[in-house]
Design a protein around this ligand. Sequence first.
Ligand SMILES: Cc1cc2nc3c(=O)[nH]c(=O)nc-3n(C[C@H](O)[C@H](O)[C@H](O)COP(=O)(O)O)c2cc1C
Length: 191
Amino acid sequence: MKVLGIAGSPRRGGNTDLLLDEVLRGAVSRGAEVKTVVLNDLKITPCQHCDACLETGRCRIEEDMQMIYHELEQADRVVLASPIQFMGPTAQMKAMIDRCQALWARKYVLKKAPLDNRRERKGLFIAVGALKIASLFEPTLTIIKTLFRVIDIAYAGEILFYGIDEKGAIAEHPETLRQAFRAGQELVADC
Ligand SMILES: Cc1cc2nc3c(=O)[nH]c(=O)nc-3n(C[C@H](O)[C@H](O)[C@H](O)COP(=O)(O)O)c2cc1C
């Protein structure tokens, strides 16, 4: 059971990082092997819409996104974590999502599995934002659910927390951290 955590915040040790760590700790407590990639440390070029992937099912840009495609192949569970920025995911996260166009092409143009289909993948989403408005997470949830659906990752739920802005302020909400830990346990429970 391999769990891939994808950290989308530029702020190391920030709110989404802390929640992601708890989810992964929960997964480890149930015997899972976990790995975190920090998008801000990687070079992930925005999609150039060159359409090469429509022919090959592969992206021709040779940088760190190739490693992410590999990690997605290897993962049984994927946990995406992003703060809300201008009502969407971070640019780091959106660049990675857009590069999954190559997987879209595999599935819808080349009629192949987007990822090795011997695994039944599930995905969880973590987001934090500063504002307290009902619609805060809606645009981002639409994007994340679309990604998971396109790459055949079953949506396993989300951990959303609003009204949090200062770096690390989520640590003052131990019940949310416990919720994240339990979500990590549940994510790997049926494997
Ligand atoms: C560029 C930028 C844009 C932001 N836009 C929003 C926003 O649209 N809505 C919101 O509620 N918070 C917004 N925030 C606040 C962050 O979501 C908030 O500080 C969050 O706790 C950061 O999480 P992190 O510590 O994991 O990076 C923004 C922050 C930055 C830096």
